[in-house]
Each structure stands twice: as C-alpha cells, then as structure tokens.
Design a protein around this ligand. Sequence first.
Ligand code: GDP
Ligand code: MG
Length: 628
Amino acid sequence: YPTDKIRNFSIIAHVDHGKSTLADRLLELTGTIKRGHGQPQYLDKLQKEGQNNRTIFRWRKTSLFCALRASTMVERERGITVKAQTATMFYNYELKKGDPSYLLNLVDTPGHVDFSYEVSRSLAACQGALLVVDAAQGVQAQTVANFYLAFESNLAIIPVINKIDQPTADPDRVKAQLKSMFDLDTSDVLLTSAKTGQGLEHVLPAVIERIPPPPGKCDSNLRMFLLDSYYDEYKGVICHVAVVDGSLRKGDKITSAATSQSYEVLDVGIMHPELRPTGFLLTGQVGYMVSGMRSTKEARVGDTLFHSRTTVEPLPGFKPAKHMVFSGLYPADGSDFEGLNHAIERLTCNDASVSVARESSTALGLGFRCGFLGLLHMDVFHQRLEQEYGTHIISTVPTVPYIFEYSDGSKVEVQNPAAFTANPKIRVVASWEPTVLATIIIPSEYVGAVINLCSERRGEQIEYSFIDTQRAFMKYRLPLREIVVDFYNELKSITSGYASFDYEDSEYVASDVVKLDILLNGQPVDAMATIVHKLKAQRVGRELVEKLKKYIDRQMFEITIQAAIDSKVIARETISAMRKNVLAKCYGGDVTRKKKLLEKQKEGKKRMKRVGSVDIPQEAFHAILKVS
Ligand code: GDP
Ligand code: MG
C-alpha cells in the first residue's frame, strides 16, 4: 500500500456517545471481525483475549492474563476505555478511480478526562478523527476536550451525529451546537445510528475523501513512533508503532533515540485485529513490533526508533504523563505487604503511568505512595488490585502536589502530608497549589447550583455562556485539591446526573495551606493527616472527627478524637468506654455461642488497624476520603 492508499484515523467522543459501537460496526463492515450478537465491543475486548482463543484457558493459570482480562472487566463495568487499541482494516472504495483497495488504521482512544494523555498519544499517529456526538445529548464536556486535542494536533475532523434512531434525537440542534462551539462546517455532517446501521455506509468514504494520507517519506531513513506497549508472556514486550518515514522489516537492527539501546526486530505485523505477522511495515502504517525488549520499561512511549547506523532527527515526543493525585496504599491485612508489593509490580508492568515509591507510616506500617493521572485512574487501579489480586488495601486521603518554600530558602514539591514538617527547625513561608481549568456543561436550570458548588470549592469563574437555549457552558479555575475529593459525584448529584465535566491541568497559584492532623487519644495518626486550605481547615477538621466518631467502635476505654493544626486542637469528639465485654453475656455456659462470639470478634479485628491502643476499622479510612 502506497501512502496515498492509507488513512490513519481515530474516533473521539464523550463517554457513551457510541464510539466503541461505531468502531465495532466499521470493523464488521470491512470484514475485520464477524458480525456477532450480544458480543462485547471488539476494541474494548482486544486486551483480554490477547492473540487468540487459547488465552481463554491461559488466563486462569497466569495472573498476567487475569490482569489483562480484568482490566477489561473494569472498563466494561464502568463503560470506559482505558487503554488505546489499534485495528487495521482493508476496504474497497469502489467509487474511487483506479485501485479501489485502501488500508485504514483505526486508533481507539480512551474517553475519560484522566486519560487525555493517552488520547494525545493515539492522535499522534492519526491525520484525522471522527468526532462522534450523541444526537440527543449533544455536545458534552469531553466532546469539547477531545475536539481541542484533535484540533491542536491539526487533524481533519469529521463530525458524526450518532444515535439518530433515538426518539429524542435532534440532529439539527446538535449541528447548531457544533457550528457555534467549534465553528465546524456542518453542511456535510454524517448522521448515523451505530445501532440500526443507518448512515454507516458514508463513514469510510468520508474517511478516505476528507482525511489526508500520512505525510511520511518512503525513501527516507526509518523513523517510527512508539505509541504503546504491553507484555505478553510468550512473545515478550509487544510495541505498537507508527512508521512515519521509511520502512521496517523483520530482522532489521533498530535503535531507540531515548535509551540508545539497540534491538533486532523479531516479529512485525498488523493488528487485524489480532496480531498478524506481515514481515514488514511501510511508511504511514501502524502496527506492532516485537524486538526482544525485556520489560515495558524499555519501551518508552513517545520514543523514536530508527535503523541502527543511520542518524535521524527524533520525532517530537509526547509530553510525559504528569501525576496529579497521590495516595498512600497499605495492605489492610497488616501481614500482607509482599502480596501487595507483587500485585502492584504486576499491575504497573502494563500501566507505566502509575508512579510507585515505598513509604512507611507509623499507623499503617510498610506501604507505597502511588501517583496517578487523576481520580478515575486511581479508582481503577484500586479496583484492579482488589479484583485481580484479592488484595485488601487501605488508601490514604489523596493529595495533590503542593510546592512549599521553607524558611531556609529551599523550595520543594510535596506529595505527602507527612513531609509537611519533615524538619521541625524550618517553617513553611509560602505555598502554592496546582489548579485546573474545568469545563462544565449543564442544562440551564442547574446553573445556580453549580455556581454555588464551584464557589464553595474555591473556584473562580472564567467563562459563562450558552451553547444553545437549553445548555450552559462554564469554565472555572478550581484548585485541583478541591476536585480530587468527591467533586464529580457532588456535581452529578446536584444536577440529577446531567452535568458533564472535564478538566485540564493549569498553573500553580499561591495558596495559604495548613497541615491538619488527626489525633486518637493524643497520638497523631500519620495516615489520616491531610493538607487543606486555611479557610476550610475548621470545617474539614470538624467533619473528620465527626465521621471518625461514627466509624470507630466503643472500646474498653474512652477515646478522644481530635483535629489539630500545629498541635492546636480545632475540633474534638469523645467515644465513651464500653461497659461490658463480648463474653459478659455468656455466663460461661453455652460453649458454642462463646466460640461464635470470639470468632466474630476475631473477624472484625482482621479489618482493623491498631493505632496506639485504638482499633480503627478499615471503613473509617474509606469514609474520611470523602471529606472536603
Ligand atoms: P462509548 O462510551 O462512546 O464507547 O459508547 P458505547 O459504544 O459503549 O455506547 C454506549 C451505549 O450507547 C451502548 O449501550 C450502546 O449500545 C448505545 N449505542 C451506541 N450507538 C447507538 C445508536 O446509534 N443508537 C442507540 N439507540 N444506541 C446506541
Ligand atoms: Mg467505549
């Protein structure tokens, strides 16, 4: 396939607008997959099935395949695509003169805000994108975010209004929104139903007509992008690559621009949609490559690979993923540090976007401080640890990276409240916190409630306009700290689920923050410490002690719960002592009943953390995550 017969494109959409369904239909239309009823969406499924059905038997045995499989479970449960996948299709475009056969590469993109890094990574291999919008819901926050990612990458954008079969579909209204929001030419918008198949026949012709072929040079030295990688237990590290210039053949010697390591290409081919060896990839093609890399850590996403003994200008890399949310992860079951260690190692071997460092807490023992791209990313990671490895974890209140200037003139990024006063001799003289630019789209009747929520979260309104007569568009600058804790849930609940929300990282702003300590019987619980804005400290402190009072059971002695700033107590509760112990009722008579009670007590204990003399149930740690 010469480059003018190749098109590389992706589908971008707000969650649930039909991206995966449309992708499936296109794969069916081109015979890439068979038409199946009630089948899970193919692109979402790729990861779990691996290359072929053998893996169905394999996955039971090996935790890695469990990981791949279950990662898709998480995706399916939450209806989101986390990792981008690619599939190659062959298409005969009869209306075009000359040879009608085209090679189309569909690069899947994740739909959620946390993964905009993955989106821009996928877009780097594309020249165009289908912008899918639900005909009833219209433009939503992630439509806006994804549109701008594609627009900034200079992609040709083909608007597709999907779900036109719905009774509430209003394509004209959506057209007007696309025109007013993005200044798109709406005379040739595609109208489709991925469900009934209506209008789908126009999609691939539009891809060929309106998206330019890849611009690479066939006769130049090889330059290829490393888009993604994953680990396969039989083949080793499998890299997804886009050949920008030149061509790649099996047996070639290649070198990484990032690490200067050299490799021999052992296998190369396309995803059709399973791995299909072709022995080569030509200019403009997207496919896979196996080169004897030992771990995915060698496969730097965004790296440029070239033929050894040639010199090329490296392609502009992707901006590295920035970790915006940090939390401590500890085994809930004190003894099982090794189990957690193992699980985290296996999980991060396919998700390099999580950062991991060991840390220890006096309350919780040995654990890890992990950095995530955002809240959902963190949630998915926690869920996978539990589902795939059966590890029970306690996570600490998520923190954002603050910058502190100390009295000795040093400036540091602090990812852990414990580091706030690491050295008692120096004071914090100034602090800065990260902010985000949030896009919120809501039906107009909810404007008041959303403005209240945002100002309570220390937000500053940047823009307020209307997409059409029924929908408002708001832009806010919000401290990241204020949205990592339960913001999205609250936004959803005050708008009856109608709000859509997205955010991008923005600058650091000066902010007066303090460390809030929680003390149980006078002893600080380091894992419950948090950094908060001075103005909110009083309220957060009060809420925290009230929550804890609810979750900590009475014990044989009185327990005081305090919130303190700089050892000054700002809130306090007490739990009075229990009068009887569990066996008091048994009169020493009924042995089985006594046994049962003791067992019950033991069971309860397993999920406890003892701090000093106080037992704290796991739920208490979970409950305080939601105090903001
Ligand atoms: P994604 O999150 O953008 O990948 O969306 P999905 O492809 O998972 O679709 C979300 C939901 O919308 C699923 O329940 C689909 O069956 C449904 N859906 C997708 N396309 C259409 C369509 O054209 N019409 C209707 N009525 N439903 C659709
Ligand atoms: Mg999907």
